[in-house]
Write a protein that binds this ligand. Sequence first.
Ligand SMILES: NC(=O)c1ccc[n+]([C@@H]2O[C@H](COP(=O)([O-])OP(=O)(O)OC[C@H]3O[C@@H](n4cnc5c(N)ncnc54)[C@H](O)[C@@H]3O)[C@@H](O)[C@H]2O)c1
Length: 314
Amino acid sequence: MTSARPVAIITDVTDLSVDPAVEILESAGFAVHVLALDRDPIVPDAARSAVVALAGYAFLGREFFDALPDLRYVGTASAGFDMVDIDTARARDVVVQPLVGVATQEVAAHALTLILAVERDLVAAARGVADGGWSESYAALPRRLSELTLGLYGLGRIGRQLAAIARPLFARVIAHDPYVTRAGDGVDALVTVPELLSASDVLSLHLPLTPATHGVVAAAELAALPAGATLVNVSRGELVDSDALVAALDAGRLRGAGLDVLGGEPPRADDPLRMHPRAIVTPHVAYLSERSLEGYLRQPARSAVAWWESAHAR
Ligand SMILES: NC(=O)c1ccc[n+]([C@@H]2O[C@H](COP(=O)([O-])OP(=O)(O)OC[C@H]3O[C@@H](n4cnc5c(N)ncnc54)[C@H](O)[C@@H]3O)[C@@H](O)[C@H]2O)c1
């Protein structure tokens, strides 16, 4: 006998527990299959009738959609949805629902933390103390923030939040976002990409990863920044050409980089950015707080249930 219950899948298990999502989906009447498509891309037969999928890290490409002909909804546990082949999803009429706005405050705070840590050379100073030293000898003296321009590449939720909290610290905050027409609080001017690059003493990335934004900061863009600029990326590693970034850091073209994301996570043990003296790297934790974690654990499942119930109420 086949089950009359709708089927939901969780595509793979990330660092976050899937138990709360399973409980929410099962309480709403779903039969839930937790898969490991990041390790084995074959969808088991029992899961092929799924109507709802909650995505993890595994890339959901054409083969995934081919294997799930009844699929109608994919929810992601992140603001980005770069793990979903969006063109195929659209062509198959599958709703893709990213998890938006759950960690805006946390990610903006983390970006500001990285900016300040690089500008104040915090990690090297603290490491010197931990190693038994007590010295004022900086590789490069910190800069006075009120003499610097902060540039925001992307002015959505997180970019705006960062502008609001960082504005009192900087001389100027400028931003580039092709889809934004009003600067808003904390932003002094909307500018073109060349203007953004040439004026940003600190450049912070807050745009999504899409085919159009892949490698949007490469050698030419890094070379266009003011000498000694700081680059901060809390968005997606693939926005930046990492070889070009390492070269710019090695050459001292950049003061430093604060990175919460790298191209390919986790990075290889010998990834030069892991231990680069001019880079401060955190392991994709910008979104985390006690409060935001609740949203990440439960909201994708709740949104999927709400979508399913509204689709069936019609
Ligand atoms: N590190 C983390 O833990 C973490 C957590 C949440 C989000 N993120 C990343 O942060 C990104 C931004 O999140 P958000 O909530 O602010 O998203 P959002 O959709 O509110 O804002 C993104 C902005 O980027 C703009 N944009 C798109 N293409 C652009 C381009 N070519 N140039 C400039 N701007 C462009 C959009 O118009 C939009 O205003 C997400 O896509 C995600 O990759 C990272």
